[in-house]
Structures are given as structure tokens and as C-alpha cells.
Design a protein around this ligand. Structure first.
Ligand code: 5AD
Ligand code: SF4
Length: 446
């Protein structure tokens, strides 16, 4: 049947949606872009903040309401909310046909068949260690691909729902990852992003390299070794990994990043707060100074290193002074981009036991302040690039202006430029930057 997938949440969810899509195609279903043509609509959900959940519930509500004008339409929810809420999701969206958790995505074709045979609604949110990755295909022709290297997370940040929705941490054997990347390249992939909720813990809970493995560059750490091999795969031009944590910025990792030409000079390194008391309450496992030292180390070895981050404002008991520490710290580091979130209590997390005592209006104020700070910083950093030539991986026509094309720098900045005849997505070209905005660069092909 015709299906369409709507995705909320992080890159891991994007990746899951791609894999689900591939799986359904292999089972004879057809993917359509336009929701109104779909007989089966799947919403891949996120639980990280209440707002994300509300959005998905709203979307599902509209989709089931539209069953009136789309007789026979099947509507399902997959991913983190299905995993977290289980049968309660059916209370919020009564006409939902199925809800399938993060561990059970591989069973979707069979679940859809059961719904089609009149056995719905179906809930499958069991928790197990099933390797969804083994089923993971790739989108044919996609230039840039995400590859899961580690599932789950056990870092135990006080605010975070991930351990509840993605399960315990497990690392994927390096051989499997390398095999998947070879296939991606064979289908035209050029850039790979290695994904894990806590990517720097790769290989911590289970062995991922054979015992007698010897890294040509002498690396002993699992992630540095992986970067070495992945960058060496013929056809791989750019390698990224996300999300980072200061504890993982070791001398070896820095050496891997600086000596392997394919590894991009950008890191998403969530900060969350610039106050040590807040970081402690958040159970982040580092101080602001640890964070600063990680950034300094990377900057000292890698020219033009770009940093992006996540920050939470209004965590329980955060004072105005502590918030100011975050603001100052952000300015000190100078982030290329950041994502600012208002604290949202998540059921079952340790922080949820604490009183959510920063008023919504104050969270909003702090959020706005940091957005302005980020825009100013982003603009100042990008203005320094004006006049320079940057290497751009061409993605295709720009979403905003069809006459222009868009691509990304190695530092993960979007570049808008006028195309030249015969240009193709996937090409690497040099662009001279002429104008900068906080999150976008504009230039001319050289
Ligand atoms: N409230 C607000 N923001 C959160 N994040 C994670 N959990 C919460 C929460 N309960 C943010 C963090 C994380 C990003 C993905 O989402 O900043 O890095
Ligand atoms: Fe959202 Fe976290 Fe699930 Fe990603 S893993 S979709 S951020 S809840």
C-alpha cells in the first residue's frame, strides 16, 4: 500500500524512519511524498520534551480524524512515545491502529499485515536487544547517510528520557558498521554521520573490535579506530559523529580528528549549562572548566574547528546568576550554532522528582536571551568567513529559493549559491563567501 512517514525528533529518529521506509519497500509497499495520497501514515515520535509529544499527538489526532475522508487509511505511531507511553498512547489517540516502540520496528511489516487483516489496534512496545541495524538498508542515492554505531544510553543525565525509550547501551561491532558504509558508498553515499546518543561511549559496554586487531595509526580506543577505518573507505569524503561529550575528547580522539582528512572539523558538544552547580544537578559528569579544556584541546590541534551545542534553560532551582553563567560561558566559547531548550519535566527521570520551579515566563525570557546571544555570535563567526573560499558538498536546490542551490561546509554550515549548468548533488565544490547570516552563508562558485 502507499505509505508516508512523518518524523519528529533527533537524527536517530531520522535514521529509523529511513530504515522503516526501506523495510516497507522491501515488503512491497510504496513510499509517497504526499500524505493525502497515503493509505498508511506512520508518525515516528519523540519524547524528549513535552512539546515534542504534544506535537505528535496533535498530528496523530488530525490523521485519525481524516480517516473520515480517507476510508481504509491506517494510522500508526512508532518510536520513542510508543515505547514510553505504551497503552496510554491509545487513550490520547483513540483511533490509532498501531503503536510500535523503538525496539520493535523490525516487526512493522507483520504488524501492518495484522492490522490489515482486522486484528488492530496493536501495541508492541516490548523491550529487547533486537538488532534493528541488521535490517537497516539505505536510501538509494542519498549522498549523506546516518549510521547507527551505538544504541541506547546509560549516562543517566537527570532530565533525560532516552534511557527509558532507547534502552540500555549497546555498541555495534565495527565490522557490521564498516560493511554498511561500504554499501552506502556503493549506492552513491559520500558523507557518513556515525550516530549514537552518547557516541563517545562507543565500545564501552561490549567489545566491537577483534581482540588481536591492530590499528595502523596505533589507536587503542574504539571510536578513534572506527574513524580511522571509515575515513579510509574508498569513496567516503566526509565523516562526522554525534553527539559528543567532554569525557570523550581524549588525546587519541583529537589525533584522529586532526590527522584523518575525511573527518570534519565540527563537533556537536552539548553543554546544557555553564554553571557547575547546575551541571552537577543535571548529573552531566563534567564542570564548565572540563568543557572549556576539551574545546581548547580540539582548537589547539584543529584549524577552524566549529562547535555547536545544546543548552537547557530553567532546570529546577536555576537562579538568574546561574543562567548568566551559561550566557557568559556561551559567549566565551563562541558557538557556531546552538539549540536552546526550556526544561521540560519527563516522567520517570530523576529531575522529575524536583519541583519545576522556574516559571514558564522566566524560561521563555532566558530562552530568548540565549537565542539573541547565539545569533550575534553566529553572525560574528560567519562574518569572518566572508571573502574566503570554502569547500561545499552540494546537496541540491535550496528549500527557500528554487533558483539557488544549497550545500554544506565541512564545519556543517549551510551555503547558498547560484548553480552552474550541469552541477549535480554530491559534488564537492569551492564557493567564495560573499555574505553571512547567523546560520547561513551566501557565495559564488569558483
Ligand atoms: N527538557 C528540556 N530539554 C531537554 N533535552 C533533553 N531532555 C530535556 C528535557 N527534559 C535537550 C538536551 C539535549 C537535547 C537533545 O534535548 O539539551 O541535549
Ligand atoms: Fe527524541 Fe530522544 Fe527519542 Fe531522539 S532518542 S527521538 S531525541 S526521545
Amino acid at each position: 500500500m502507499n505509505f508516508c512517514i512523518k518524523t519528529y525528533g533527533c537524527q536517530m529518529n531520522e535514521r529509523d524512519s529511513e530504515a522503516v521506509s526501506e523495510l516497507l519497500l522491501r515488503h512491497g509497499h510504496t513510499c509517497v511524498e504526499n500524505e493525502s495520497e497515503a493509505e498508511l501514515v506512520i508518525v515516528n515520535t519523540c519524547s524528549v520534551r513535552e512539546k515534542a509529544e504534544n506535537k505528535a499527538v496533535g498530528k496523530l489526532g488530525v490523521l485519525v480524524y481524516e480517516k473520515k475522508s480517507h476510508p481504509g487509511r491506517i494510522v500508526g505511531a512508532v518510536g520513542c512515545m510508543a515505547q514510553r507511553m505504551k497503552e496510554n498512547l491509545f487513550k490520547q489517540v483513540p483511533e490509532l491502529d498501531f503503536a510500535v516502540g523503538t525496539h520493535r520496528l523490525a516487526h512493522l511489516p507483520a504488524i501492518i499485515d495484522r492490522v490489515l487483516n482486522g486484528h488492530g489496534p496493536i501495541l508492541d512496545a516490548e523491550e529487547n536487544d533486537e538488532r534493528f541495524d541488521e535490517l537497516a538498508g539505505h536510501i538509494q542515492g542519498s549522498i549523506s547517510a546516518f549510521v547507527n554505531i551505538l544504541l541506547g544510553c546509560e549516562r543517566g543525565c537527570a532530565y533525560c528520557v532516552v534511557p527509558f525509550v532507547r534502552g540500555r547501551e549497546r555498541s555495534r561491532p565495527a565490522a557490521e558498521i564498516i560493511d554498511e558504509i561500504r554499501k552506502i558508498v556503493a549506492h552513491g553515499g559520500i558523507e557518513v554521520t556515525l550516530l549514537g546518543q552518547s557516541v563517545m561511549s562507543y565500545g564501552r559496554t561490549n567489545p566491537v573490535w577483534p581482540e588481536n586487531y591492530v590499528s595502523p595509526m596505533g589507536f587503542t580506543e574504539p571510536l578513534a579506530r572506527l574513524l580511522e577505518v571509515v575515513s579510509g573507505i574508498e569513496g567516503v569524503k566526509r565523516v562526522r559523529f554525534t553527539s559528543g561529550h567532554p569525557s570523550g575528547i581524549t588525546a587519541e580522539l583529537v589525533r584522529a580528528m586532526s590527522e584523518l582528512p575525511a573527518v570534519c572539523e565540527h563537533l556537536h558538544l552539548p553543554l546544557q549549562s555553564g554553571s557547575d552547580r547546575m551541571l552537577k544537578m543535571m548529573r552531566r559528569g563534567y564542570t564548565a572548566d572540563d568543557y572549556r579544556r576539551s574545546v581548547d584541546l580540539l582548537r589547539s590541534k584543529i584549524n577552524g574547528m566549529a562547535f555547536t551545542t545544546d543548552v537547557i534553560v530553567g532546570f529546577p532551582t536555576e537562579t538568574v546568576e546561574e543562567f548568566e553563567m551559561t550566557r557568559q560561558f556561551m559567549e566565551e566559547i563562541g558557538f557556531d550554532n546552538s539549540f536552546i531548550f526550556k526544561y521540560s519535566p519527563r516522567p520517570g527521570t530523576p529531575a522529575c522528582e524536583l519541583k519545576d520551579d522556574v516559571p514558564a515566563s522566566e524560561k521563555m525570557r532566558r530562552n530568548k536571551v540565549l537565542l539573541v546571544v547565539q545569533d550575534e555570535m553566529g553572525l560574528a563567526i560567519n562574518n569572518r568567513i566572508v571573502g574566503q573560499s570554502v569547500e561545499v558538498l552540494v546537496e541540491g536546490t535550496s528549500l527557500r529559493n528554487q533558483a539557488c542551490w544549497a550545500g554544506r561546509t565541512r564545519t556543517n554550515k549551510i551555503v547558498i549559491f547560484e548553480p552552474k549548468p550541469g552541477i549535480k548533488p554530491g559534488e564537492i565544490m569551492n564557493v567564495r563567501i560573499e555574505r553571512a547570516m547567523p546560520q547561513t552563508l551566501y557565495g559564488k562558485l569558483i
